[in-house]
Structure formats: structure tokens, C-alpha cells
Design a protein around this ligand. Structure first.
Ligand SMILES: [Zn+2]
Length: 198
């Protein structure tokens, strides 16, 4: 199978999977959280777990959607099982690192997070068996971005959410032009070239 047909197959699946992550992001929005959702899938594409941001509700500053999804998957994966992580926002450094730690082979995200960009700031360990997730970005980016504009409308005049507002304002400014076409990029990660061409 050629690389191109693999990519097309991945992209078709990725759009389906992203709908599930966006559903989680909508749940976050409806509970007053930043609208970020994540689903973890097994290699065959079946749903393993889901999560959304609960930083406001829990006061836990690391209760990101991805971390919640990993917590929810605890004890339900086989040793060395390959996973797919689908996030409505490009994962941060912590969540990209968690994905590598947890055996994620493919990261799919919707909206790029230019200021945080975990997928370009995290490099993998250099141990021989380290693997590097393939990164597929910009999958339904506009639908994800819309949820952030919804958040701004919903919380207009709410001074209790200053930190969230600063984060979302910056994100919306930096993503004012959202690419329409998904991007398959192993090159998001620093060592990708080395891995792609061993
Ligand atoms: Zn995160």
C-alpha cells in the first residue's frame, strides 16, 4: 500500500474520530470549562476512553482532556498496546509527553495551538525502543475553533475567568486563519526525519 493511500485512509478515519473529540469539547463548554475534548482509541479504531477539561471543576491545573482520558483508560489496555489519541486542540507539552509514555502511535488534533504546540516542542526519548507518534493536524479545525468563540460569547463580562480568557483570546488571534485541509506531518516532531528515514 502506498504512503498516499495510507494517508487518505487515515484522514477519512481521523474526521470520524474527531467528531467524538468535539462532542467531548462541547461537554466541556456546557459545564463552563475551556472547550477541549479528547478520545483514546485502540489501533482498530474502537473507542477506549474519552475526556474533557475539568480544570475549573476540580481546581486541578493538569486536568486536561487528554490526562482525563488516560485516567479513564487505566487498567483497560494491554502491555505495549498501540493507541490513537484524538484531541480537539493540539495537545500541550504535558499531554504530548503523556501520549508518548502511554504508547500512542498516532496523534490527531483539530485546531493548532501555536503558542503551546506540544507536538513541535516535545522530543522523544533517545532509548532504542522509543517511538514517535505520527501527527495529523488541522482535522475539523474550524469546528474546534468555533467552540472557543462560543466560549468567549458565553462568558462575556465574566471577570472570574481571566486566565482562561487570556488563553482563549490569544489562541483565537493566532488561529485567525485556519487551514482547511488536514495535514499529515511526522515532521512536527524534531526527530521525525530520523525515524522516517532510519
Ligand atoms: Zn495538555
Amino acid at each position: 500500500m502506498s504512503t498516499t493511500s495510507n494517508q487518505l485512509e487515515n484522514l477519512a478515519n481521523a474526521s470520524e474520530w474527531m467528531l467524538l473529540a468535539l462532542e467531548q469539547a462541547e461537554r466541556a463548554l456546557s459545564t463552563g470549562e475551556a472547550p477541549i475534548g479528547c478520545v483514546l482509541l485502540r489501533a482498530d479504531g474502537s473507542l477506549l476512553s474519552a475526556g474533557f477539561n475539568t480544570m475549573v471543576a476540580t481546581g486541578n491545573l493538569v486536568a486536561h482532556a487528554e490526562i482525563n482520558a488516560f485516567a479513564s483508560a487505566a487498567g483497560r489496555t494491554a502491555e505495549g498496546e498501540a493507541l490513537i489519541m484524538v484531541s480537539s486542540l493540539e495537545p500541550c507539552v504535558m499531554c504530548t509527553g503523556a501520549a508518548m509514555q502511554a504508547g500512542v502511535v498516532t496523534i490527531v488534533y483539530a485546531l493548532k495551538a501555536p503558542a503551546d504546540s506540544g507536538t513541535s516542542r516535545v522530543k522523544p526519548p533517545e532509548s532504542p525502543d522509543s517511538t514517535l507518534p505520527k501527527v495529523i493536524g488541522n482535522v475539523k479545525a474550524d469546528a474546534s475553533r468555533k467552540l472557543f468563540t462560543d466560549w468567549i460569547e458565553r462568558h462575556a463580562g465574566d471577570d472570574s475567568r481571566k486566565a482562561q480568557r487570556r488563553f482563549i483570546d490569544q489562541l483565537l488571534t493566532l488561529t485567525a486563519t485556519v487551514p482547511i485541509a488536514p495535514r499529515v506531518a511526522v515532521t512536527d516532531l524534531p526527530y521525525a526525519t530520523r525515524l522516517a528515514n532510519p
